[in-house]
Write a protein that binds this ligand. Structure first.
Ligand SMILES: Cc1cc2nc3c(=O)[nH]c(=O)nc-3n(C[C@H](O)[C@H](O)[C@H](O)COP(=O)(O)OP(=O)(O)OC[C@H]3O[C@@H](n4cnc5c(N)ncnc54)[C@H](O)[C@@H]3O)c2cc1C
Length: 465
């Protein structure tokens, strides 16, 4: 791409898009009119783009068209925390109940391998997305948090043996990142981090090089068997892939398919060398704390700290946050959490704040699948673990749509979307109740140093798997 896009609207999506500056890709034309295709993909986030890329790479004769309501990476894919995690939402025990122990383990290995696959394609396609494999450090700062990390690590060892993440004691964790009051940590060396806007826009370019057609500013208003309806004309296709994640709820008859959960992020000013020396963080690990209402942090390639967490988690009627400023309360909250974790950052300037929506399935576990009868295909419900999962979903959809039976199509997450969320006002009351309980559990644990049973109540209420 030679032309560039430096519109303020695109830059306001996230710090990641703002940082692209003049390197942001030029707008792509909307759908010029009705047409036919072999595969029509709705949504140009990571799911839609990986699916399109993989299909064309596997079969260059396929006519693959992607329809995007706004622009490439407009959704969670251009706003996220950038951690390419080797994890799928849902515990191994849950997936084993769904598909048996062997298939649950195969799925675990497939999602771990997806981290490397993202890196492999980025290198092969020349996608410069600041990819860095620094691992994931999950820190405990209270005795109950430490107890949970230890229990989780023990359970993982039961499943994965030597492949499980390791436990670090307080000093070893502190030597990696100088988190205040850290008592211990779980460290997984495999996750990587990326600059999300660079990954998603680079992937779109790679998909186009592979022969995919992408139309921006083309909203799909209705889906029917083998048809996607838009104001510019209908697209008729053998397969219509729904890659709309949290925004799925805006399509007719799909309002309760997922829960759109809001997550907000802020990024500090670039830090000076003296501050970095105080923080350590030389390994560039993704940092997460073990609170029930956890926060996630990235040391960015441009020398800042980005931190994210739940702001106002859910809006009545599954309304999705699209644009608009992050509430001041959320920015203040994230800043306080940052300063508590990393006191040398007290008073640091916050340069950017943004938010996005992620999709949560009713059983808190994602689903990918295709129905040959209706020609409908889907991948959704990743929760906050969708960056690597979208790659795995793209390769799985490739095999399903090409009619190939493969290791990927046998994984337990392949199948119909799970049951729907409850109608309002039950949904609103339930989800706000869950988050209130989790917040209260954190306060109690911080104050008493003892585990709170409120979190278990919240998990039961939420139906978490
Ligand atoms: C703040 C935040 C932090 C996160 N951090 C992480 C992280 O660190 N690691 C991780 O693994 N995951 C993280 N996630 C989750 C991850 O970003 C998502 O799971 C993933 O990006 C989902 O990709 P997607 O392509 O399925 O959906 P999206 O990126 O949301 O893309 C959907 C696209 O569909 C388009 N669309 C929607 N409806 C229509 C329509 N009717 N017609 C046409 N187009 C439509 C949208 O405009 C959008 O571009 C985070 C999410 C958020 C919001």
């Amino acid at each position: 791409m030679t032309a560039t896009r430096s519109s303020p609207a695109v830059a306001s999506v996230s710090h990641w898009f703002a940082a692209l500056g003049k390197a942001a890709p030029a707008p792509r034309p909307p759908l010029p009119g009705a047409r036919e295709a072999d595969v029509c993909i709705v949504g140009a986030g990571l799911t839609g783009l990986w699916t399109a890329y993989e299909l064309r790479r596997a079969d260059p004769s396929l006519d693959v068209v992607v329809l995007e309501r706004e622009h490439v990476g407009y959704g969670a894919s251009g706003r996220n925390g950038g951690c390419v995690m080797g994890e799928l939402s849902g515990s191994l025990a849950y997936w084993a109940r769904r598909g048996g122990r062997e298939r649950a383990l195969a799925q675990h290995h497939a999602i771990v391998a997806a981290v490397d696959e993202v890196g492999r394609v980025a290198a092969a396609e020349g996608i410069d997305c600041d990819l860095h494999t620094g691992g994931l450090l999950e820190v405990a700062r209270t005795p109950p948090q430490l107890r949970r990390l230890k229990a989780r690590a023990a359970a993982e060892r039961g499943w994965l043996g030597a492949d499980a993440a390791t436990l670090l004691d307080g000093p070893a964790a502190h030597a990696r990142i100088a988190v205040d009051g850290v008592l211990g940590a779980r460290f997984d060396p495999r996750p990587a981090q990326v600059q999300p806007a660079k990954l998603v826009t680079g992937l779109a370019d790679a998909a186009e090089r592979a022969g995919v057609t992408i139309h921006e500013r083309t909203p799909v208003t209705e889906l029917a068997p083998r048809l996607a309806r838009t104001p510019h004309g209908d697209v008729r296709a053998r397969w219509v892939v729904r890659a709309t994640e949290a925004y799925t709820v805006e399509l007719p008859r799909l309002r309760r398919a997922v829960l759109p959960v809001n997550s907000a992020m802020i990024a500090t000013e670039p830090l000076d060398a003296a501050t970095w020396a105080q923080l350590g963080w030389a390994g560039g690990e993704t940092l997460v704390d073990a609170a029930h209402m956890y926060v996630y942090l990235q040391r960015t390639a441009d020398g800042r700290v980005a931190i994210g967490g739940r702001g106002r988690p859910y809006r009545f009627g599954s309304r999705t946050e699209r644009d608009g400023a992050v509430p001041r309360r959320t920015v203040v909250h994230l800043r306080e959490r940052l300063e508590r974790l990393l006191p040398p950052l007290a008073g640091v300037r916050v340069d950017a704040a943004w938010h996005g929506v992620l999709g949560v399935a009713r059983d808190w576990a994602p689903a990918v699948g295709a129905d040959p009868e209706s020609g409908a295909a889907w991948a959704l419900g990743y929760g906050g673990e969708g960056v690597a999962a979208a790659n795995l979903a793209g390769r799985t959809l490739r095999d399903l749509l090409l009619g190939r039976s493969s290791e990927l199509t046998a994984l337990p997450w392949v199948g119909p979307p799970t049951r729907r969320w409850e109608p309002e006002p039950l949904r609103f009351a339930g989800i706000h109740g869950v988050y209130a309980l989790l917040r209260a559990a954190d306060v109690v644990e911080q104050r008493t140093g003892r585990p709170s049973r409120l979190a278990a109540v919240a998990d039961r209420l939420a139906g978490r798997s």
